[in-house]
Design a protein around this ligand. Sequence first.
Ligand SMILES: NC(=O)c1ccc[n+]([C@@H]2O[C@H](COP(=O)([O-])OP(=O)(O)OC[C@H]3O[C@@H](n4cnc5c(N)ncnc54)[C@H](OP(=O)(O)O)[C@@H]3O)[C@@H](O)[C@H]2O)c1
Length: 228
Amino acid sequence: MIQTTAVFATTVDGKISAVDRKAHREPDKADQAHVEFQASLADLYLLGAGTLRSEGGTLLIRNPELLAMRAARNQSPQPITCIVSQSLRIPTDLSFFSQPIERWIFTTEASLKAAAGSPLLNLAEVIPVGEQEIDWDYGYAVLAERGIKQVAALGGGSLNADLLKAKKLDMMWVTIWPTLFGGKEAPTAIEGDGYDPKQAPILELLETRQISSELFLQYRIHYRDKSG
Ligand SMILES: NC(=O)c1ccc[n+]([C@@H]2O[C@H](COP(=O)([O-])OP(=O)(O)OC[C@H]3O[C@@H](n4cnc5c(N)ncnc54)[C@H](OP(=O)(O)O)[C@@H]3O)[C@@H](O)[C@H]2O)c1
């Protein structure tokens, strides 16, 4: 059984980045340490191609204690990063491709066929999981076959929405940044088509922590059946 935890941060007005998606935020040590700890528990990260294109790379575990804990659990020093991309339009000069990690890409059969000969195919293991669209049941069967037990879903909002729709997210850790980004075009934590409130997932609050004006909230996700 694979356990998947989404780990993300939003402003109080629900924005996971500003309108300018590449705009840098001031360093936030408490949140960085929290995210690094949660990420260090994972065998594999799922990361949307949009986030990779905005950020250029994946999260590296650097804290020696967390690296020692991974070694004690027989995990590789860094979790595998599995990018999710329909288009396979991922620039090959991103720093991601020189990070000391194992790189996988989930895509579709159709996209893989269209990308024949692309240099991307030499830089990561490209795994088709679905014909025209990502099939998450199949994708998760591939992960299970490869021994993955703990997944951290590191965003962004499109990937989160799709994993929720496929009922693959079990838990969420949400950091509430004490600020407001505003802006209709600024991305939110859950994009996609949205929910009828009667069918929206229900969140059970398991833990809260406060550091200064920042909140860290852990939720278990309960899905409803179609009748809501
Ligand atoms: N605050 C936080 O915690 C946090 C966390 C993560 C990201 N972010 C921010 O969020 C922004 C990115 O948002 P985004 O909406 O672009 O998010 P995203 O989910 O990272 O990227 C969307 C792209 O990922 C691929 N993708 C995702 N799910 C897919 C699926 N089921 N099937 C096929 N392809 C799929 C597609 O790539 P292709 O276009 O290649 O097909 C899609 O265009 C960035 O500004 C990033 O910095 C913030």
